[in-house]
Write a protein that binds this ligand. Structure first.
Ligand code: ADP
Length: 295
């Protein structure tokens, strides 16, 4: 499967230009869409999921024109939206059975097997009779994946799935997501760099509606080699450093501010070369658009 997005643009009625000429090609596997809040990730996801219109551009899933064939696309799609509401007084088992029925699995026995398999898959078998309202954030997200998997989707979209999960829940969710993706296209939107470095074979950085980078994480990091320098400074000096250097990230550690800068040549002045990572790629790309202290 291949998803080809070409020159997609969207301006909302209030004048916000949420997508500006977005072009991306996605193959089978996990694709990370990385960007700060308000970057346009959800707008792009909702457009691919046929839930809103674009002003301009095209999306093709192999030969299928996504923007013109909503019904066909929805049959191939599994979607976990950012705001995933659950009916609080229904058990996971009953809810999945209900969704499977809505998705056209008419045979009761077949549905039972399907639901059992899904619950097993997302590690919720022992909690299957509990009301969804009693689920933790991580359990809700895993339930969300289970419902998105009904009907063997070829394209799975998960919008900011790890936001609000504690580290243990996030790990469990990573394990689940990493099992998907080999024979399907999985698009994962996130503002968390670790989500991409842990899970994604390819990714794009989006900011203010524009694609700033697209590629694979390894290449992206190797392109930063020899260009990242770090230094521990006093907090009060930051304004000076921001004036003189391209400061891409700052981190407070034991009272000192550790800054990282992006520079093609050795800056001297007490900076030491640092081993680049995916955060440097991300912050290096968006630093010109967004103040590093507000990310
Ligand atoms: P992200 O998912 O990356 O946080 P969004 O796609 O939700 O970004 O938002 C991109 C921009 O579009 C933001 O400025 C947001 O306020 C705006 N926006 C999103 N949805 C709407 C809408 N329905 N109407 C008007 N503006 C919107």
């Amino acid at each position: 499967m291949k998803l080809v997005i070409n020159s997609l643009s969207k301006t909302y009625a209030n004048g916000v230009h949420a997508l500006k000429d977005v072009s991306l090609t996605l193959n089978n596997g996990m694709f990370g869409l990385l960007g700060p809040n308000g970057a346009g990730k959800s707008s792009l996801m909702r457009t691919i999921a046929t839930l809103q219109e674009a002003d301009k551009g095209s999306i093709y899933l192999d030969d299928l024109d996504v923007l013109k064939n909503k019904t066909e696309v929805r049959q191939l799609l599994g979607y976990l939206p950012q705001e995933f509401g659950v009916y609080p007084k229904i058990s996971a088992e009953r809810m999945l059975d209900h969704i499977a029925q809505l998705k056209g699995v008419g045979n009761k026995g077949e549905r039972k097997d399907l639901v059992e398999g899904l619950l097993e898959n997302v590690n919720l078998s022992k909690d299957r009779k509990k009301h969804l309202g009693t689920y933790s954030g991580g359990m809700k997200q895993r339930f969300g994946i289970a419902q998105a998997l009904i009907g063997n989707p070829k394209l799975i979209i998960v919008d900011e799935p790890t936001a609000g999960l504690d580290p243990a829940e996030r790990n469990r969710f990573y394990n689940l997501l990493s099992q998907l993706g080999e024979n399907t296209i999985v698009i994962l939107s996130t503002h968390i760099v670790e989500d991409v470095s842990t899970l994604c074979s390819n990714f794009a950085i989006i900011c203010q509606g524009e694609v700033l980078y697209a590629g694979d994480p390894e290449t992206a990091v190797s392109e930063m080699e020899g260009k990242i320098y770090s230094k521990a400074i006093n907090k009060t000096e930051i304004a000076f450093y921001k004036d003189d250097y391209n400061v891409i990230s700052t981190q407070l550690k034991t009272g000192k501010l550790h800054i990282r800068i992006l520079k093609e040549t050795d800056p001297g002045n007490g900076f030491t070369p640092a081993i680049p990572n995916l955060e440097d790629v991300y912050f290096g790309n968006i630093a010109t658009r967004v103040d590093v202290n507000t990310i």
